[in-house]
Design a protein around this ligand. Structure first.
Ligand code: SF4
Ligand code: FES
Length: 257
């Protein structure tokens, strides 16, 4: 009866050793900023023994818990749903919780910095208020007049499909903060606000399309888009952001939506 117990232990040891064998040393080069300490931001390196199958968010947690508790970043769900941990990782906007270390060349230092175009408050945390103000400005809610239904508002599968892509937005700001127009002039509504306007403009149940189109016809609206596709490349939800912006532009010209 003792053999199976031994076998079980040695299997566990093998598994542990196997796990340890996969740890690699990775350098994380993080852009630090603390206005209470200095007006200037600077890079700081942290070395970690970590399984490359872990995510950048796991590495940030390890650094915060084991090396420097002052490291500041946002996260909530840790599973690509809440949109709170968008950051520039190796120069590209990504969600830290969806980025595996093995996918971004851990043999070189991995750079992590705050998203661009919004004021950095501390380390990787930016002031999201201008981003959310643009979102609020496009009235991201169903607008109807009268005819209150006693049950749900019915919609055909085809009509629902028309705006399906833009319902996937998690408001992470990866698109808006990857847009060169937004970097140069924070007054631009930005891709995320337009995506969320699109979601309602093309909803057959909504009656506020004209109002939203007029809001986006502004000098800081859709016409500022230069079709660079940075937003589409950055979106962690795979939304065709540039296409949605083009559709809103077309709706403004044709008034058909
Ligand atoms: S469109 Fe994509 S990148 Fe932009 S805020 Fe929404 S989820 Fe994030
Ligand atoms: S922590 Fe929620 S999306 Fe990454």
């Amino acid at each position: 009866m003792s053999t199976p117990t031994l076998d079980k232990h040695s299997a566990a040891l093998d598994a542990a050793e196997d796990g340890a064998a996969h740890l690699v040393t990775v350098t994380f080069r993080i852009r630090r900023f603390n206005p209470e300490v200095s007006e200037d931001a600077s890079w700081e390196d942290f070395q970690l023994e970590i399984d490359p199958k872990e995510r950048v968010l796991d590495a940030l947690h390890k650094i915060k818990w084991e090396q420097d508790g002052t490291l500041t970043f946002r996260r909530s769900c840790a599973h690509g749903i809440c949109g709170s941990d968008a950051m520039r990782i190796n120069g590209r906007n990504r969600l830290a919780c969806k980025t595996l270390i093995k996918d971004i060349n851990p043999e070189k230092p991995i750079t992590v910095e705050a998203i661009k175009g919004l004021t950095v408050m501390k380390d990787l945390v930016v002031d999201m208020e201008p981003f959310f103000q643009a979102y609020r400005d496009v009235m991201p809610f169903l607008i109807t007049t009268g005819n209150e239904p006693t049950r749900e508002r019915r919609q055909s599968a085809e009509d629902r499909e028309r705006f399906d892509d833009t319902t996937k937005c998690i408001l992470c700001a990866a698109c808006t903060s990857s847009c060169p127009v937004f970097w140069n002039d924070g007054q631009y509504f930005g891709p995320a606000a337009i995506v969320n306007a699109h979601r309602f403009i093309f909803d057959s149940r909504d009656e506020g399309g004209e109002q939203r189109l007029e809001i986006l016809n502004d000098k800081d609206g859709v016409w500022r888009c230069r079709t660079t596709f940075n937003c589409t490349d950055a979106c962690p939800r795979g939304i065709e952001v540039t296409k949605a912006i083009q559709e809103v532009k077309r709706a403004l010209i044709t008034r058909r939506f």
